[in-house]
Design a protein around this ligand. Structure first.
Ligand code: ZN
Length: 179
């Protein structure tokens, strides 16, 4: 039996911590997304804009439930803001898997991509143009938001949408209590 850390040497500290939370609740947790790929394939993918780069980090198998749930550990720069920023390309990738997916935020609360895509108008976004592209033609989303460039803001400039923290659900509502 190998430990999760041995199976997932590329995982960030946050991913390992989230995996630990889910293991403590009796789930089976395995690496997913880019962790499944050979290093040369990962390198090749890095040269592309493929949504495969944005697949969730973890696959979670729940006792007594068929199939699996995908989980993406979501780092937040500041916990003091009222919103979570979710990268639009990550959001698009989750819609393609056909699997239930949750972001687990640093405060260990859950966000569902459906919380964004079900609302005709999100809580906020980097700019209207990126949001319209996400809705109409997501493969055309730019690497950097044009509005971010125009205002010469710092940071990666990746197109994003905002979700109010109030929409988050407790971890236990989907993954149960620690056993
Ligand atoms: Zn934008």
């Amino acid at each position: 039996m190998t430990t999760f850390a041995q199976r997932m040497p590329l995982a960030s500290a946050l991913e390992q911590a989230v995996a630990g939370e889910l293991l403590a609740r009796g789930h089976t947790v395995e690496p997913f997304g880019q962790a499944l790929l050979a290093p040369s394939v990962r390198d090749g993918l890095r040269e592309t804009d493929s949504v495969l780069r944005w697949l969730p980090d973890l696959a979670v198998m729940t006792p007594g439930r068929r199939g699996l749930i995908l989980v993406d550990a979501k780092g937040c720069q500041t916990s003091s803001t009222p919103n979570h920023a979710i990268e639009l390309r990550s959001l698009y990738a989750t819609t393609l898997t056909g699997l239930p997916t949750f972001y687990v935020c640093q405060d260990r609360k859950l966000l569902s991509p459906l919380d964004v895509s079900d609302s005709s108008e999100p809580d906020g976004f980097c700019c209207r143009r990126c949001w319209d592209l996400f809705v109409l033609d997501p493969m055309q989303l730019p690497k950097r938001c044009p509005e971010h460039e125009r205002r010469q803001r710092r940071g990666s400039g990746t197109p994003y949408v905002l979700i109010k923290r109030a929409r988050c659900r407790p971890l236990a509502s989907v993954f149960g209590e620690v056993v």
